[in-house]
Design a protein. Structure first.
Length: 94
């Protein structure tokens, strides 16, 4: 059984997804855990793409933009949700 950790947006550098991917790949996390990135490409996505080339075990999945139903289903079944943002203009995410 796989366990998924979700990051739901990486279209802006401030969302800090490259650091999340790098940390996930370096961390001592059981191999059945996957990191699923949902969201459109944008500023900083080229860094994520470079890191994905280093992911020889296929532990990071770049799912791209998904509609609300798919996103909801993935989040509902995930083992965790990660929000690595450096800055949010609308307050602290909970």
């Amino acid at each position: 059984m796989t366990q998924d950790v979700i990051d739901n947006r990486f279209d802006e550098e401030k969302k800090n997804t490259p650091l999340l991917v790098e940390a996930f790949l370096k961390a001592d996390i059981p191999s059945h855990w996957k990191l699923i990135l949902i969201g459109k490409d944008g500023v900083g996505s080229e860094k994520v793409d470079r890191l994905l080339k280093e992911d020889m075990k296929g532990r990071v999945i770049k799912a791209g933009f998904q509609d609300n139903a798919v996103t909801y289903s993935v989040l509902k079944n995930a083992g965790g949700f990660v929000f690595p943002s450096k800055f949010e203009g609308f307050g602290l995410p909970v």
